[in-house]
Write a protein that binds this ligand. Structure first.
Ligand SMILES: [Zn+2]
Length: 311
């Protein structure tokens, strides 16, 4: 089956707001559009269906967040703290919502649409999502909404309960998803990350691998193979939600891993091959990545995964 690509121009942060820098919190504001453009230029849309996100409004978040965490999205200072952008606290909440909250609500709707497609057996590539630090009671680390949690909640509300692997290869540990799914028998959380960076403390996933700083391709990919083998021994996934952060890339300013462009491509090929070997549908989420090259690294990886699907 052909893959689905999920995109909305409102994924972009601060859309149409004059005077904002190109990157906020290091994050390229137009990253979703840049990934779309790169996929378009590579011809990905000849074989894929383009889809929009499901509708998600703030009130919907009470399904997976505490009332206090939902209420915090109506406070400029609370949102500014969560996304680590102090100047936002001086702006009216309507503008703060436009700049950072709405993009993550749209991205969350994209994750919901992607998972719904995966439940039908289609691989789905969301050009946003992967807000893996958002915990039920706390938005932090640039993550406001537990998008994976809401997507799984909606799937279950529709009567489906597949075995889902949340496979997190972002530079940072997926503490939010670890907290959300602790003790959940049909969701297995696995995170391989740089140990010495945010979040502190880390929360326990079903499987965690904390990597040493300054690691390069060969060692990283060896760890990845061992990580995937450990997962296989413990869990049989029907759907893999891949938190595919590009921040292990060598030029990312938030970490010290030294994974090359080819190393990142190989990482994503291995994940796609793993999904194929195990007959699992893949959902890819962009997650972190804080260098100017991040959109291109992510687009590369998405194309590699689509290539494995089509091979
Ligand atoms: Zn990250």
């Amino acid at each position: 089956m052909s893959p689905v690509i999920i995109f909305d121009p409102r994924y972009n942060y601060g859309r149409g707001v004059p005077g904002l820098p190109k990157q906020i919190h290091g994050f390229v504001r137009q990253k979703p559009s840049l990934i779309r453009d790169a996929l378009l230029a590579a011809g990905a849309f000849r074989d894929a269906e383009l889809m929009g996100p499901q509708f998600v409004k703030v009130d919907d978040l009470s399904a997976v967040h505490t009332p206090a965490a939902v209420a915090a999205l109506s406070s400029s200072s609370a949102v500014a703290r969560a996304v680590e952008l102090p100047p936002l606290k001086w702006l009216p909440i309507a503008l703060v919502r436009h700049i950072v909250v709405t993009p993550q609500l749209k991205g969350t709707g994209g994750t919901c649409a992607a998972l719904a497609s995966a439940a039908e057996g289609r691989w789905a590539f969301n050009l946003s999502g992967g807000y893996h630090h958002a915990r039920p009671d706390l938005s932090h680390g640039f993550c406001l909404v537990a998008d994976v949690a809401l997507a799984i909640h909606r799937l279950r509300a529709g009567g489906k309960r597949p075995n889902i692997l949340v496979l997190d290869l972002d530079l940072h540990q997926g503490d939010g998803n670890a907290a959300v799914f602790r003790g959940d028998q049909t969701v297995f959380t696995a995170s391989m990350h740089e140990e010495a960076v945010f979040p502190f403390p880390k929360l326990e996933s079903d499987l965690d691998v904390g990597l040493a700083s300054h690691m390069e391709d060969a060692e990283y990919l060896d760890h990845l193979d061992a990580f995937l083998s450990d997962i296989t021994e413990r869990f049989q996934a029907q759907i893999i939600i891949y938190v595919a952060g590009s921040d292990p890339f060598v030029d990312d300013p938030l970490g010290s891993l030294r994974i090359s462009r080819e190393g990142m491509r190989e990482r994503d090929r291995r994940i796609a091959r793993y999904a194929r070997q195990h007959g699992a549908a893949l959902v890819a989420l962009t997650a972190g990545g804080y260098s100017e090259s991040s959109p291109a690294v992510t687009a590369d990886g998405y194309l590699e995964m689509m290539g494995v699907l089509g091979s």
